[in-house]
Design a protein around this ligand. Structure first.
Ligand code: SF4
Length: 328
């Protein structure tokens, strides 16, 4: 891990009558390269095809982002049968089962795939394990769209979901079956390490990635919240209740021994949360835009005389290419 660095403190002026509040802002936080790319795909698709452009599932799990794209002409639907014939459709950053692009192609729809390339990489690994005759143990959270998408890369019955260390104990697979494991990209680094260790112990010849498939953005955001949580009386995580990586940030902060709250907007902060708080942490999940972080810090400044510091544990420079249909 990179040593955390502190930016200069930025005291707010003319707030003498307010109690001081130290605000530690985690970095990296907020948008990752996969989310940036997915949003740009929808915006460029609207420019290219004109509104409406249909998007299957929330493009990323953030209401603010979704509402912003709706205002530009995106229409969000849960299933392809809600997309009219001839309309363009974008698949969300979480990825989709193979059957979805196949159905879109059969219907002659113009479809664009905003699946994060790091999720697509896991899809390709699933295909390769399946082709090599291995049964896949997939570590993830039941019902999450990424899990549905990855499990849908291979035929039913050739992949089994594993959610906990206890699940590993319960796996009953014939000894002659070759095994491989893969993981969801947005899991808790620590929990996943424990599950992978249990898999390797129970099945010493299991094939898989060196550690797991958790993406750089998820690991970096967990590392950065860990770096501030120990100094905080409360950590605010900006993110949606259905955002896996945001929920993991709350867990990581709590495990560091502090209180943590998931909020979608500054308006959800209750002033009494701050009653006993002298230092507060702020971070944001990978689908939460920076404007929401600013909104939260400004809100805190309405009640308290804040001094803010950014605590940086890593630099990120990742950029993903757009699909060829949008760049040619
Ligand atoms: Fe891709 Fe990770 Fe961002 Fe998900 S959180 S979109 S896997 S970079």
């Amino acid at each position: 891990m990179t040593e955390p660095t502190l930016s200069a403190a930025l005291p707010q002026d003319s707030l003498a009558e307010k109690r001081p509040l130290r605000v530690l802002i985690a970095a990296p936080r907020g948008f990752c390269a996969g989310v940036d790319r997915a949003i740009e795909i929808v915006e460029r698709a609207i420019d290219r095809y004109g509104a409406p452009v249909y998007v299957r599932h929330e493009i990323v799990h953030n209401r603010f982002v979704v509402e912003g794209l709706k205002a530009k002409g995106a229409v969000f639907v849960e299933e392809l049968n809600a997309v009219p014939d001839g309309a363009p459709v974008v698949f969300s950053a979480h990825g989709v089962p193979k059957s979805i692009p196949a159905e879109a192609t059969t219907r002659g729809l113009d479809w664009l795939d905003a699946t994060c390339p790091l999720v697509s990489k896991v899809h390709r690994q699933a295909e390769r394990h399946y082709e090599a005759g291995r049964h896949i143990l997939f570590v993830g959270h039941r019902g999450h769209p990424e899990v549905i998408g990855t499990m849908g890369q291979v035929p039913a019955g050739t992949i089994t979901l594993v959610e906990t260390v206890e699940d590993v104990g319960a796996i009953a697979i014939a000894p002659d079956v070759q095994l491989a494991f893969l993981t969801q990209t947005t899991l808790s680094v620590d929990d996943t390490a424990a599950i992978v260790a249990a898999l390797r112990e129970k099945f010493p010849t299991i094939a898989g990635p060196k550690a797991e498939d958790i993406c750089y953005a998820t690991s970096n955001r967990q590392e950065s919240v860990k770096a501030i949580a120990g100094d905080c009386d409360l950590v605010l995580v900006i993110g949606a209740p259905n955002s896996s990586n945001s929920l993991r940030l709350v867990e990581v902060a709590e495990r560091s021994g502090t209180r943590a709250r998931l909020i979608q907007r500054a308006s959800e902060i209750a002033p009494e949360w701050l009653n006993t708080v002298e230092t507060i942490g702020v971070t944001a999940g990978a689908s939460a835009p920076e404007v929401l972080v600013r909104e939260v810090v400004d809100r805190l400044g309405e009640w308290r005389a804040i001094s803010s510091e950014t605590v940086t544990t890593a630099e990120e420079h990742m950029v993903f290419k757009l699909p060829r249909q949008l760049t040619e």
